[in-house]
Ligand binder design. Sequence first.
Ligand code: UGA
Length: 453
Amino acid sequence: MKVTIVGTGYVGLVTGACLAELGNDVFCLDSDADKVALLQAGGMPIYEPGLQEIVQRNVEEGRLLFSSDVKASVAFGDVQFIAVGTPPRDDGSADLSCVFDAARAIGRHMDRFRVVVQKSTVPVGTAEQVARLVRAELQAHGKDLDFSVVSNPEFLKEGAAVQDFMAPDRIVVGADDDLPGRRALALLRQLYAPVNRNQERLRVMDVRSAELTKYAANAMLATRISFMNELANLADCLGADIELVRQGIGSDPRIGYSFLQAGAGYGGSCFPKDVDALCRTAQSSGTRLAVLEAVQSANLRQKQVLLDKVLAHFGGDLRGRTIAVLGLAFKPDTDDMREAPSRALVAGLLRAGARVVAHDPVAREQAQRALEHDLAGEPQLLAQLGYVERPTSALEGADAVVIVTEWRHYRTLSASLLKRSMRTPLVFDGRNLLDPHQLASQGVACVGIGRSN
Ligand code: UGA
């Protein structure tokens, strides 16, 4: 099948590359000429395991091409995925201007039936607005053509996106129950057939329900995390261990184990933005999502917990102290620094007078940019921040080490290494990666999240 993807951001690039890998001919459109040239030459603008190989192979074999030619992109694909960015505006609402530009371009240039697939995460009702814009362009250009706008939200996780695409839990498709809608659905069934295992992964519904499903999924996952983070803080007060509690409740199949890991708060480009957007949607619909509002504020508080623990240990004054920070990206296997809990932590450590030596396997440059932004008015603090190539180098002479992201590289930190390298062997484990009891028995203090120590 011939497919066009509008936008080569994280979602568009993964979707385009994977659809090409499944044997489709894919045209990826992006207005950024430098990015197009990079991708066409086999380069990668983001870090995502397995993606580069797929892009390179499919470009070489002629199934995947990148271009900035809008007219050619509309002419190419029977299915047109809109996967452009929808960044939050200052008031928190999603900026949909790129989505709407894409819709207008499709209406302006289309010359036969088209399926327009809304892939970007957008507020409920956006597909209807997209349909109105396509229709208006068709009318303005005197064209009488059928089309259908379908909602097909993505559920990819950064760091596991290729695997999530190739073996999805579910493929949600929201389509209208009219002739063009049914035709669109048939095309999408065909497109997704190779990954629709046992024919049971596709969930077909109306467009608005599909749009809401996306927000509901992220909101539910964020709720589980905030719930566990609050329980972890309580466990700290009560002398209980949240890890044991997690195992105790996760073994109930009604609850399950996933997304119950207490930590330094959730970050990334999705949970914070989507939780906020859903709360706003509810407010503007005249109702309130009180649970979700609490999830959001609990997460903001949680991002301070690690810093509070460090400050409490050192009596609030970190002057003359060197703190090692391990992991900067918002989660492992990505270089994404958006809303990363490490940002508030590093800024707070520097403001309290510490020298910070940080390590991250891939996010160093992005981290530096993010912190330059966060500390824009305080350049003298940035001078106290350094990066090292290896986690062991960060430990040398440090007064404490803080684990913020659970990269696998940090799982093997041993008591002997910590004692040998650090000025004082003290760990603040923001992801409960290490066993605090075992470390304590070997003379290393390890303060986790909700582990009563
Ligand atoms: C999330 C969803 O998991 C995807 O299904 C969705 O498609 C994506 O958002 C999106 O909307 O695009 P992602 O943001 O890549 O994916 O990352 P997650 O693995 O979900 O982690 C989000 C945050 O929650 C991270 O900061 C992570 O450290 C935190 N987390 C996750 C916890 O604190 N505890 C957990 O148990 C799990």
